[in-house]
Design a protein. Structure first.
Length: 203
């Protein structure tokens, strides 16, 4: 039986759990995850878990009770951050920039040449994504914005594209933000535009 992306991600999640429990070294985990992502069939995935304790495995299946409702993370040791934690983080960030935004409005109306200060609230998100991978809101909930291909930090260019995606999400009645609630990889439209994931470290 041919392996799907979901099967590969499930296998990587199980391998990571065995690593956390001390059954696999970091080197073994890295090698098996590499083989898992390159596996073509369910049999190849089963072979990677055959010497580890657990239930006897037939063809790989995603549904394993309630746990299967949680999509496997994109990288070993990381899971996708869900819609509601992300919404809470965005709410915190919005509160943080509303105060300075009002002060900017006051200055822009009274100080000649102060209009350029309008860019400061907009710079909050892309600058923090590019330099630390997280805003204050994401830091509080343990989230991080990463590149979808390798889990690295976004470049400033991709951070700016993600910010443009934010503005597009707002212009479409916040549908782009809401999309993260139904997307399998928890990507909003801004994530798809920038090629990013929002992840959390698994305990």
């Amino acid at each position: 039986m041919r392996a799907s992306d979901a099967d590969r991600e499930q296998a990587v999640t199980e391998l990571t759990e065995h690593h956390v429990q001390g059954r696999l070294s970091s080197e073994e985990l890295s090698e098996r995850c590499r083989l898992a992502f390159g596996a073509k069939t369910s049999g190849e995935l089963s072979d990677l878990l055959a010497d580890l304790p657990g239930q006897p495995r037939g063809p790989m299946v995603v549904w394993q009770g309630v746990r299967a409702l949680r999509p496997a993370g994109p990288f070993p040791g990381f899971g996708y951050l869900g819609f509601w934690p992300r919404a809470a983080a965005l709410w915190v960030d919005t509160i943080l920039i509303v105060g300075p935004d009002r002060e900017v409005a006051r200055l822009a109306s009274s100080v000649p040449g102060a209009e350029f200060l309008w860019v400061l609230p907009l710079a909050y998100f892309p600058v923090l994504w590019a330099t630390t991978g997280r805003t204050v809101g994401l830091w509080l909930i343990g989230g991080r914005v990463v590149r979808e291909e390798d889990g690295g930090r976004l470049s400033l260019r991709r951070s700016l594209i993600r910010m443009v995606g934010y503005l597009f999400d707002v212009a479409t009645g916040f549908l782009g933000f809401a999309w993260a609630g139904v997307d399998r990889r928890k990507q909003g439209w801004h994530d798809k535009m920038a090629g990013s994931y929002v992840v959390r470290r698994l305990r």
